[in-house]
Design a protein around this ligand. Sequence first.
Ligand code: GLN
Length: 491
Amino acid sequence: AQKCFMIQDQTKFLNAFITLADREWLEKQVDDAQWAPKSARQKHVGELVAVKDNICTADLPTTAASAFLKDFTSPYDATVVRQLRDAGCIIVGKTNMDEFGMGSHSTNSHFQPVTIDTGRGNGMSPGGSSGGSAVAVATGALGTDTGGSVRLPAAYTRTVGFKPSYGLLSRWGVIAYANSLDTVGIFAKEGDTLRQEDNAVDHVRKLFDLLNEHDPQDPTSLPPSTRKRLGTSKPKRLRVGIPLEYNVATLNVDIKRAWIKALRLLKTKGHTLHPVSLPATKHALSAYYILAPAEASSNLAKYDGVRYGSRSEGPDGTPSSVLFAKTRGQFFGPEVQRRILLGAFSLSADAISNYFIQAQKVRRLVKQDFDNVFASPNPLSTKERKRNEKGVDILLCPTAPTMAPSLNRLRTGEKEGTPTDAYTNDVFTVPSSLAGLPAINIPINRAPKDTRTRRGTFAKRHKFESEKIGMQIIGQYGDDKLVLDVAEELM
Ligand code: GLN
């Protein structure tokens, strides 16, 4: 319990939590758990889990980091929370995030930004939108990933972050951002202080196995009959795909080196490497930023101060249109307002065929691209399902094109600080989101610099080499287990 409080205190300073569980309650839970019999059902008894604040809990408020929901406590637990509790997990608190999941640096929060402490007083971006979960993770943490919100923070904080195939984990009780993309994801950290018996990927796997269940309350939850068709087992010699379009001009050189190093490592283990082309990747980011705001503008329509959420002050009898506009102007943050405007525009009669419909077409092309390169057929495809022997088993690429920027730089808005700059961080994560594929971020050791350019003292070099870079493994729909297996082999 002491260690748990230590982590709570540290992360409080980093603003990782919006709400912390009550100390006395927590202490009692942790003590009780020590004496509880480990029955078969309660496999995770006493395990501490942090939950992103857009996932409903009946005992703690759920704000989605929005002023609109600052006083909201859900009457029920989300299915994923119930599953955790049924297995004996203890929810330690609700983590900070970008409002409604919209952002890439966890700076768009009504409760102030999350930071990574560098020990030098200059905070770095923890990534977003699940930045609080990534910073708080000591054992396990839940986040949500719509276009990269678990993988990007995992890359920036050097943790493991897994986004399962769409439809495997229940979304019931998860505050919707963009329904067709929203996925609950899992964080774990290597070498943490509270859990020694398994590695981070293994820990993610255990939580994933626990949550991977059909939920009749979520209409998009994959039915048991389809679940039976999923998954290929790991072949002895993997065919690893290198997506050529991910080698963009703006790719940071250290990230590129780490990518090459990871590919070499797989080769030395007897796997084969295959360059592949995913031509629609170029348009995936633009399509995502049409589709996600469009869905968001519809989802957020219910926050008007009457049906849901906080309400602006005003005299009785104020016309509802005036009240709605005032309330929404007051309680939604600037990024959320921007998304609502963008979404409402792209769905409007004049714009829909040029924007929304085009973006849906791009989404289909992105899916097709993946289906063309994977060896295993897409289990959701209605076409004849045949294995493509020339295809690849998994894809390996970076999670983000650049390293975590400093919060100062984001704040001044000069470099990397504009909304569109934040959008471009998602360039490598949105394609698999659009296709609903499983993808994981793992921290990979940096490759040592070329000896000709290597300068500096041993200490500097040592620090340099100890830093890690986020790599992403993407699999065919339903190949979640394979993705986790490969992650484990690479770490
Ligand atoms: N940065 C992306 C966005 O703002 C991804 C967010 C997410 O996955 N929740 O839309």
